[in-house]
Design a protein around this ligand. Structure first.
Ligand code: FAD
Length: 557
């Protein structure tokens, strides 16, 4: 196939931009490909930055996945770092760029332009926001500034309890700092449902982090000791040596706006499935764009490296042509984060996102299996929540927390969601097993079995949020010893082993809601009682779920 020489310019040379450039070269030897980045690096591992601050990654060069020389020598791709793209003339198909070292400006023409400018950290217009002790972490220079500040710092306030805030908490703690973490919402990890975030908050507190939930920052000021005074909306203030601002990002759309490119409702660049923008000849990828959520259908920016990389590939394929089947399928927001030995991962919809979209035909289950069989040393619990459609059993979302085996389960569920699988498919999934890695019935199988049992009518479910006002008989089928340790107010204890003999203790006139420690014995009791004509429901995940749920204030956010 003969190819006419085309000039592809790419703005931003990290996740989306670099993968677009490399893919474009693989598809087109006869194209001129040029990357511009205003920063000093391209293709660096921004995901590794918190660990560079924490000195887990010791050398900066480890963060550099590729450099301009490699792009040039291996791929014949021209890279201009410290070169900012200032504006786009979409009519003339040119961009105006400025060399940040010389301040010289020049015009570059393109046949295809790809925008991968990422996102910028949100800096709310609070008093004192520009104080030198307040840092964000987006790139390698930011990480050097923070590392330099750490040499004199003993304490830090992290504002924001999302992924980056939590990773920074772990890494600053590793560097010996006394930490406070301020989060305006009542939970950490906003993508999780609130009850699932409880063990994460517990772990932070157990590691000595002064965690303040449901509290906002109102102002920053210089503290008497030369650090920063952080004022809070409950009237408190904290004096600290440095502040890390990690309250989220917003799509970098200034250039797109200059070219008249349409933005979406969530302020990201609108693109089609080939990553084309509304302006001919311009594509956009990564944190700057809005993409559709495959479960809820919502359009939103998703600042994750995986989607940015995939979109970069797709944009290149669209520009070069010949691979029209390569289109972006949408996002599931599959993500994982490590925090003080705890692993937190999620994929697909959360319950709160389903509620936000008005989706009603869903159900949820909780389970707390071991990461591998209990007889093999080292098993730790996995706290898993699965959301599925009551119409057809399709998997809608999952969240898991624990110390081992978390990413593997969420990745399995993520793939299942992408393939449109149902809970019946999870029941039948064949997953690898040896004692140190899992169980013959893996937690993923278990989740499928519980959900499928429910859909088949064998395991009716009650909801924890309805417990307080329910009129059912709540029967706890754990042992008397377990019951004595802690139990749900108003529940009665009939151990599973005594249930057959004590059926007359349970009134058949009212519905029976069953609890045990994690759900399994309650399920056995359900089968027993249903076959004795009782109306029964199970409180999914047992007291273990209640331990989390009761600490959200009783309502799911
Ligand atoms: P970026 O990778 O941010 O690249 C954008 C580039 O464009 C920047 O280098 C910028 O300098 C340049 N640029 C912007 N405007 C211009 C202009 N006008 N002219 C020239 N250059 C310009 N994601 C995960 O999935 N997992 C993680 O564990 C994870 N951890 C993260 C940790 C941190 C600290 C950060 C900051 C991000 C993390 N992410 C993680 C998110 C992930 O890095 C991003 O989603 C991804 O890098 C987005 O790629 P992008 O190409 O859209 O933008």
């Amino acid at each position: 196939m003969t190819q006419t020489r085309r000039r592809i310019l790419i703005v931003g040379g990290v996740a989306g931009g670099a993968s677009c450039a490399a893919r474009a070269r693989r598809l087109c030897e006869k194209c001129d490909i040029v990357i511009f980045d205003r920063g000093p690096h391209v293709s660096f591992a921004n995901c590794g930055l918190p660990y560079f601050v924490g000195e887990v990654i010791k050398k900066e060069e480890k963060l550099l996945v590729a450099n301009p020389a490699l792009f040039n020598d291996r791929f014949n791709i021209e890279v201009h770092t410290e070169t900012e793209v200032l504006s786009i003339d979409a009519e003339q198909k040119t961009i105006l760029v400025r060399d940040l070292n010389t301040s010289q400006e020049r015009t570059e023409s393109y046949d295809a332009l790809v925008l991968s400018p990422g996102a910028r950290a949100i800096r709310p217009p609070l008093p004192g926001i520009d104080l030198p002790g307040i840092h964000v972490l987006r790139n390698i220079p930011d990480s050097h500034r923070i590392r330099a500040a750490l040499s004199k710092a003993k304490s830090a306030v992290i504002v924001g309890g999302g992924f980056i805030g939590l990773e920074m908490a772990e890494n600053l703690s590793r560097r010996g700092l006394q930490l406070s973490l301020i989060e305006k919402s009542p939970q950490v990890m906003p993508p999780l449902d609130s009850e699932m975030a409880v063990p994460v908050a517990d772990r932070l507190r157990a590691e000595g982090v002064d965690l303040r939930l449901g509290i906002g920052v109102t102002a920053f000021a210089e503290a008497d000791n030369g650090g920063v005074r952080v004022s809070l909306d409950n009237g408190d203030s904290i004096d600290t040596d440095i502040v890390i601002l990690a309250i989220g990002v917003q799509p970098e759309t200034r250039l797109a706006v200059s070219a008249g490119i349409e933005l979406g409702d969530r302020a990201g660049i609108k693109v089609d499935a080939s990553m084309r923008t509304s302006v001919a000849g311009i594509w956009a990828v990564g944190d700057a764009v809005e993409v559709n959520d495959v479960i809820t259908g919502e359009l939103q920016p998703i600042p994750l490296a995986g989607p940015a990389n995939r979109q970069g590939r797709i944009a290149a394929s669209s520009i070069i042509g010949g691979h029209q089947d390569l289109t972006f399928r949408g996002v599931q927001a599959t993500a994982v984060c490590g925090v003080f030995g705890l692993i937190v991962a999620s994929t697909g919809a959360s319950e709160k996102s389903l509620k936000r979209c008005g989706q009603k035909d869903y159900e949820k289950i909780y389970l707390h299996p071991g990461s591998h069989v209990s007889y093999f040393p080292g098993a730790t619990p996995i706290h898993l929540k699965l959301l599925f459609s009551t119409t057809d059993g399709r998997i809608l979302g999952a969240q898991a927390i624990g110390e081992n085996g978390i990413a593997r389960r969420i990745d399995t569920l993520s793939m299942a969601i992408q393939m449109g699988a149902t809970v019946y498919d999870l029941e039948e999934s064949e997953l690898c097993y040896a004692p140190q890695f899992g169980a013959a019935k893996d937690p993923v199988n278990f989740a499928g079995m519980i959900a499928a049992n429910h859909l088949r009518g064998d395991l009716p479910l009650a909801h924890w949020e309805d417990v307080e006002h329910c009129e059912a008989n709540i029967v706890d089928v754990r042992t008397a010893g377990e019951y004595a340790q802690r139990h749900l107010p108003g529940s009665v204890n009939i151990p599973l082993e005594e249930l057959r003999e004590r059926l007359t203790d349970i009134s058949p006139d009212r519905e029976v809601w069953l609890i045990c420690e994690v759900g399994q014995r309650a399920y056995y009791a359900t089968r027993l009682l249903m076959q004795n004509n009782y109306q029964v429901r199970v409180l999914s995940g047992g007291m273990k779920t209640w331990d989390f749920f009761s600490r959200t204030g009783g309502s799911l956010q």
